[in-house]
Design a protein around this ligand. Structure first.
Ligand code: AMP
Length: 271
């Protein structure tokens, strides 16, 4: 595995692999890797000749009162984990933007609800960094997790709207043995936070197990289960438009975002 920190060197190196006909796969991350990230790297590994992973905590996608400064980091451990799943190039830029960076990539509508409503500007930060990373890496295939379900939908839409020649693959959400969705932010949780965090998944399971076609009935069953300090949303939406549903008569997705202590957690389940 080769580690590159510099934008221009990464782009030159990867373009060279592409010129030699290699299919480049890409998994962007913010590091502090866990089995969720590694599962995406394994999926990408099986779909490409040269696997690139990136670790970059992107300031653009954090709000002013969010956890940018505390976001957990462990580059040494992450490097070993990337190597263990067969990453060929690890891209770890200390900075990604030029001082006079002036471009924002914005996907409209899909970003209005859910996390877009509770984290203004978040998805602009995500699409801007992913577009820039795509320009540097020029992947043939990129893998994103269903853990960040709205993010995956937004990136699919960006790639379609901008005609980027990149196949986007969604990887299933990976959970801990107790059911908690794996997240780098789980590191912030103490034991009592963690048991409250588990109620997010319990609420989603209650929604999935209810046979009612009525969205309001399913949400009424689930709401009292969530033991969080505040709930940003608990919603049932269409799986691709992300528009709220009233009746479940086809595929749907239930999603939740809530704060437990100072930690914001998200989870979702297919219906
Ligand atoms: P992050 O480092 O949190 O920005 O996540 C990088 C990628 O890993 C994103 O595509 C996430 O959706 C994905 N990811 C994070 N946690 C999980 C998980 N528990 N299961 C599957 N994918 C995940």
């Amino acid at each position: 595995m080769h580690t590159v920190a510099d934008v221009a060197s990464a782009q030159t190196r990867l373009l060279d692999f592409k010129r030699h006909g290699l299919r480049v796969g890409f998994v962007p991350t913010m590091g502090f890797l866990h089995e969720g990230h590694l599962s995406l790297m394994r999926l990408a590994r099986a779909r490409c000749d040269h696997l690139v992973a990136s670790i970059y905590v992107n300031p653009l996608q954090f709000g002013p009162n969010e956890d940018l400064d505390q976001y957990p980091r462990d580059l040494e451990r992450d490097t070993a984990l990337c190597e263990s799943v067969g990453v060929d190039t690890l891209f770890v830029p200390p900075d990604l933007y030029d001082g006079d960076h002036s471009t924002t990539v914005r996907v409209q509508e899909l970003t209005d609800g859910l996390c877009g409503a509770s984290r203004p500007g978040h998805f602009d930060g995500v699409t801007t960094v992913v577009a820039r990373l795509f320009g540097i890496v020029q992947p043939d295939v990129a893998v994103f997790g269903e853990k960040d379900y709205q993010q995956l939908a937004v990136i699919r839409r960006m790639v379609r709207d901008l005609c980027l020649p990149i196949e986007i693959v969604g990887g299933p959400l990976v959970r801990d043995v107790d059911g908690l969705a794996l997240s780098s932010r789980n590191k912030y949780l103490n034991a009592s936070d963690r048991s409250r965090a588990l109620t997010l998944f319990a609420a989603l399971q209650a929604i999935a197990n209810s046979g009612s076609p009525s969205v309001s009935e399913r949400l009424a069953i689930a709401r009292p289960i969530v033991q969080a300090d505040s709930v940003d949303y608990l919603s049932i939406v269409h799986p691709s438009s992300l528009k709220p549903l009233e009746t479940i008569d086809g595929p749907a997705r239930a999603l939740v975002a809530a704060h437990v202590g100072s930690t914001r957690l998200i989870d979702n389940i297919g219906l």
